[in-house]
Design a protein around this ligand. Structure first.
Ligand code: NAP
Length: 513
């Protein structure tokens, strides 16, 4: 039997008492490890994190916590090769896709270490300036931000076992809030190993970081009013989270990052350079991590007259994508993370095919070094329909794999209206050469998106990519994207702090510094 990965709670590594759920290599089909959380004393685990971890972290200043993040990043950097090996085996990713997760996580930690250092040797933050409350300037109101005196529970998706942990843990730990992580089961190994390396390095105070692998059962029942919950996953699970008594009755603050039908939009008369940039980005986004990115482009909008040209250009790029075993150097796209995901992608694709034409068929790709009956590999598929209004499901269903749909629009207004049918998304990218048209479209889309990525020829070699989430920029989106907000530089700290107004004489307020 494969190794049963331990949980780290109450300052001790503890194995679950059940048989556990198995984690597999999605290319070879072999069992890699098991996870189980049966029998853990969750009330004691959460109390230890909240009381011991919380007190220790709050005793540190922001600058000291920032230094801690830098040290965590250094520990992870030194073990990077181990993480690449785990990712290849458990997520089926090629090296450049592993980098998005592993190096992306380390980069996010390092960025917060730098930003946190600027907050200095203090343990609370002032929020804005004091405001007069009446005619006499002596009595004023000053908003203050204090780390919440609870813990942060992270329930994460399977697609980013590294970045998904650190993009949440970096701002939480910097804020002085202990974290309990429950990774997505299919890929929990990498998260567990990273936490193990950080704990073994003896860097973090007791109780500051805990990990529970396996079932989520009972975790949310432990949440108390000052705890916070950050969830990343599907819209269906998000609905259950919102209805849980911890959220509905105990006012536990919750951040939800859910699925999203993201768009790429080629503006009218964009010019050939912009067309090339869109084509390149769509093909890249469809294939990075086999399309298993919450930010991946799912819908591609182009002027009617350019539909055929763009269809051909994207298809030509996709045709060059070699798919198969990520251990083979010639392979550009590895596999989906599990058989369950392969089945879900196939089922979603079949539904979308009923409404669309296949412009590039992923089934035509011969797998390299992988057994089709075993490997969870699937080639990239570009769908298309000339009637973008009628294909309702295209605007509503996320196929979490290398699948996108090309859709023509009649006018700029029609394009924006179609993009908005995603009901709120994480990101839209806009391609063109006219700065005024790009800026006004960005503003049109900003209220229904967490991020608008604008690509013009002058930033062709500089832009950070439609789907790449940078710690400096907001990540999240309104509506069906979950309504969450993460990252965005130091804005991320808000979620882990409580804001209060202190009303007092200016002499007292001066002492709050
Ligand atoms: P999922 O099935 O919703 O699972 C997400 C997490 O919730 C997992 O850790 C899962 O545990 C746990 N969970 C399942 N049922 C639960 C319950 N009743 N109560 C509490 N937790 C529960 O999502 P997924 O399949 O792992 O991830 C894919 C989805 O995540 C996609 O839709 C993608 O768009 C979305 N996503 C969004 C973002 C974003 O930032 N917006 C980022 C990445 C992914 P188990 O794994 O043990 O079932």
């Amino acid at each position: 039997m494969s190794e049963l990965l331990s949980n780290f709670v109450q300052g001790r590594w503890q194995a679950g008492s059940g048989a556990g759920a198995a984690l597999f290599d999605p290319v070879l089909g072999t069992e890699l490890a098991r996870v189980d959380a049966t029998g853990l004393d969750l009330p004691a685990a959460f109390a230890h994190a909240r009381d011991t971890g919380g007190a220790a972290l709050r005793a540190l200043t922001y600058a000291q916590r920032a230094e801690l993040l830098g040290k965590i990043a250094a520990v992870l950097q030194a073990k990077r090769d181990d993480y690449y090996a785990i990712s290849t085996a458990n997520s089926g990713t090629v090296k450049k896709d592993t980098a998005v997760d592993v190096d992306g996580g380390i980069y996010t930690l390092s960025t917060y270490a730098k930003m946190g250092a600027t907050l200095g040797d203090r343990r609370h933050l002032l929020d804005g300036d004091a405001a007069r409350l009446g005619k006499d300037p002596l009595f004023q109101s000053q908003h203050v931000l204090l780390p919440t005196r609870g813990l942060a529970l992270f329930i994460n998706a399977f697609n980013f076992p590294s970045w998904g942990l650190w993009e949440k843990a970096a701002p939480a730990l910097l804020s002085g809030v202990p974290v309990v992580i429950k990774p997505g089961t299919a890929t929990a190994w990498l998260t567990q190993r990273m936490v193990k390396d950080v704990v073994d390095a003896g860097l973090v105070p007791a109780g500051a970081i805990s990990i529970v692998c396996g079932s989520s059962a009972g975790l949310m029942d432990q949440l108390q009013p000052f705890d916070v919950l950050s969830f990343t996953g599907s819209a269906d699970t998000a609905t259950l989270i919102r209805q849980h008594p911890a959220v509905a009755q105990r006012s536990v603050r919750v951040n939800i990052e859910a699925d999203s039908i993201n768009s790429a939009l080629l503006l009218p008369e964009a010019g050939s350079e912009a067309v090339d940039l869109l084509v390149k980005e769509v093909a890249r986004e469809m294939t990075v991590k086999s399309g298993q990115k919450c930010t991946a482009i799912r819908r591609v909008f182009v002027p009617e007259a350019q539909y055929a040209q763009v269809a051909e250009a994207i298809s030509a790029r996709l045709a060059k994508t070699t798919v198969g075993n990520p251990r083979n150097e010639s392979v550009r796209m590895g596999s989906l993370v599990s058989r369950a995901q392969l089945n879900a992608v196939r089922a979603g694709l079949a539904q979308l095919k009923d409404l669309t034409q296949v412009l590039h068929d992923g089934a035509q790709h011969t797998l390299v070094d992988a057994e089709p009956a075993v490997a969870c590999c699937v080639g990239p598929t570009l769908l298309g329909t000339r009637d973008a209004d009628a294909a309702a499901l295209v605007h509503d269903m996320e196929v979490f794999g290398p699948v996108a749909t090309l859709l023509p629009y009649r006018s700029a207004e029609h394009a924006v209206q179609l993009v908005r049918r995603g009901q709120g998304s994480l990101v839209a990218s806009v391609y063109g050469a006219d700065a005024a048209a790009l800026a006004s479209t960005a503003l049109e889309l900003a209220s229904s998106h967490g991020r608008v990525h604008v690509i013009s020829p002058d930033v062709a070699a500089l832009h950070t990519g439609h789907g790449n989430v940078m710690p400096q920029s907001l990540h999240g989106g309104p509506g069906r994207a979950g309504g969450g907000e993460e990252l965005g530089g130091l804005k991320a700290l808000n979620f882990y702090h409580r804001r209060a107004a202190v009303q007092a004489s200016t002499t007292v307020l001066a002492k709050l510094n």
